[in-house]
Design a protein. Structure first.
Lengths: 291, 295
């Protein structure tokens, strides 16, 4: 039963990550490869907050959200005006830059050795030491992120993001401030990733830079694209594949050290297959001629 | 450390970014996309060299040729199976870049699995004390610098003077016009991939001989090459060489002034600064410029 609780908790955390990227990658078509950086910022801030403020998880999670969203808002000033491959490369550079900071700001992050002994703590007085109780918090967080993503999709902002995906210049010609919309979405999306990072740090009790490196960003984007970027449910499906794949590999007899490599290979191969077979169909609906 | 020593180290540090910068430039100008997958080929090259020498007992020269051939073949296979179908479907640059990242992940993880996470390197050290240094560098390091300079010269002549180089420039200038004039864009792209793969293989071999390459190091290496190409103006091969010198100078200065752990961060900061300075227009393919590609 504990194993099931463990799996469900990981699924919830990665589902939050995947769904949080949906407004940016799915709606706006902005293929950001920097989500693991914000996931990491949230995790480190939560770990530091727990050292300072004690066991009050609500403070840590709020700070995780705020720090990740704030960082993305600052970075968004540089990144939001970019398009296509420049955008992907800029987000990728940001990811690598933040990864280097995680490694080298040892006074805060403890470098490659990571931070251990992070307590699960309490949320509004509820003790989260038990995995099933922690799962309730993770579910609640996923519901908030899921509902927010759906709300964005059905809001004027969501329609503007769709317009950006289809033809950004046309949207600009209609007087829409596309950079502001992209920057706001980038910040919100990063904030939710930070929230997932906070949950991750408190659930596992240990974080190190390898969990928030560039391959993780590619895998998060893969979750959205593999699941089908056209819907929030697709992002959830991608997260489910991501979480169950390592377990399946272990079940098939792959040795534990090889599972991480195999997971990345399988996900990258799936991403390749989808991008090769539907190069224009991942973040775009089919043209009338293709239907 | 004296001034001459510093110059020598900057020169040595520019070798691999220079080679990868040329590969990056070829892929970007001829293939029309940013290929991060080149980083995987460097790691593969280093792995092939270390296994050829360490396990099969080949000499370094033969092993280097082998790893260049292996990387060229893998690059060609990737071009034919992955990038060609994407090019036919007119996939945009962002998707091609994402695909190249996925290609990198596949290659790097396969190498990591095969190598068991061990750094790919061969020992050519001076443990016996019988090898004389020439200045601050070992003889094979001077050889690496000489080979890199020769590659820059040959690649420049190749692009400027040969028929295939002319096709490269035509494609870089205008794909549609080049195809209308009878150039087979797929074949020329394949040739540029093979050349790019060979350069990556050579770079990987040099790194394996000099410092060793961890299976996860490919991203940092290819980005250093990309920054060299960008600082060189994404135009001609000699520009890439100057860009590589600038990257190496920056990295060495970071090591001396701040510490070696900040070297990679400095490279990414420069890339981000370059991208934001040009508002992302660094990679716009304004081919009607005054570079050699448009002549």
């Amino acid at each position: 039963m504990d194993y099931l609780a463990y799996l469900l908790n990981i699924f919830m955390i990665f589902a939050i990550l995947s769904v949080s990227l949906y407004p940016l990658a799915g709606l706006a078509g902005q293929l950001s490869v920097s989500h693991a950086a914000f996931f990491g910022i949230g995790a480190y801030v939560a770990a530091l907050a727990s050292q300072i403020s004690g066991n009050a998880l609500e403070v840590g999670l709020f700070l995780s959200f705020l720090s990740a969203a704030g960082s993305a808002f600052a970075a968004g000033r540089l990144i939001a005006p970019m398009r296509d491959d420049s955008y992907v490369l800029a987000t990728f550079s940001l990811q690598m830059l933040v990864s280097e900071l995680f490694l080298n700001l040892t006074f805060a992050t403890n470098g490659a050795r990571g931070i251990a002994g992070i307590q699960r703590g309490e949320f509004l007085g509820m003790d989260l030491a038990d995995s099933w109780t922690f799962l309730l918090l993770a579910i609640a967080a996923l519901v908030v992120v899921f509902a927010s993503s759906l709300a964005i999709a059905h809001s004027p902002l969501g329609r503007l993001l769709l317009a950006i995906r289809e033809d950004e210049m046309l949207a600009q010609s209609l007087g829409k401030d596309t950079n502001r919309a992209k920057r706001a979405t980038y910040s919100l999306s990063a904030g939710f990733a930070g929230l997932a990072g906070g949950l991750y740090a408190h659930y596992f009790g240990f974080i190190d830079p390898s969990s928030f490196a560039a391959p993780m960003s590619i895998l998060i984007l893969s979750m959205v694209l593999i699941g089908g970027s056209g819907s929030v449910l697709g992002a959830l499906a991608g997260a489910a594949v991501f979480v169950t794949l390592p377990e399946l590999l272990r079940f098939l007899g792959f040795p534990a050290p090889a599972v991480g490599n195999m997971q990345q290979i399988v996900f990258a191969a799936l991403l390749l297959a989808i991008l090769v077979w539907r190069p224009r169909g991942i973040t775009e609906r089919k043209d009338a001629s293709e239907r | 450390m004296g001034f001459i020593d510093a110059i020598c180290f900057v020169l040595l540090g520019s070798v691999v970014p220079g080679l990868l910068g040329i590969a990056f430039l070829l892929q970007h100008r001829v293939g029309g996309f940013i290929n991060i997958g080149l980083g995987g080929l460097v790691v593969l090259g280093a792995f092939v060299l270390s296994k050829s020498v360490g396990v099969f007992g080949l000499n370094v020269a033969t092993a280097t040729v082998l790893c260049i051939m292996a990387c060229s073949l893998v690059a060609l296979a990737i071009e034919v199976t992955v990038f060609r179908s994407l090019a036919r479907a007119r996939a945009d640059g962002a998707r091609l870049l994402l695909v190249s990242l996925a290609v990198y992940l596949v290659i790097a993880n396969l190498v990591d699995l095969a190598a068991g996470g061990v750094t790919a390197s061969i020992m050519l050290d001076d443990s016996t004390g019988t090898i004389s240094r020439f200045g601050p560098l070992m003889p094979w390091q001077w050889l690496e610098v000489a080979v890199a300079l020769m590659v820059v010269a040959v690649a420049s002549v190749f692009v400027r003077r040969t028929a295939t180089g002319c096709m490269f420039r035509a494609l870089a200038d205008n794909v549609s016009l080049a195809e209308l004039s009878g150039i087979d864009s797929m074949r020329v792209s394949a040739v540029s991939s093979v050349v790019g793969g060979a350069l990556c293989g050579l770079g990987g071999a040099m790194l394996a001989i000099d410092t060793g390459v961890a299976p996860s190091a490919g991203l940092n290496l290819v980005i250093a090459g990309a920054v060299a190409a960008i600082l060189g103006g994404l135009r001609d091969i000699s520009g890439v060489f100057l860009g590589a010198l600038a990257v190496s100078g920056l990295q060495q200065a970071t090591v001396w002034l701040v510490g070696p752990q900040w070297m990679t961060l400095a490279t990414y900061a420069v890339l981000l600064a370059a991208l934001s300075w040009r508002r992302g227009a660094v990679f716009s393919r304004n081919r009607a410029d005054s570079s050699i590609w448009a002549k």
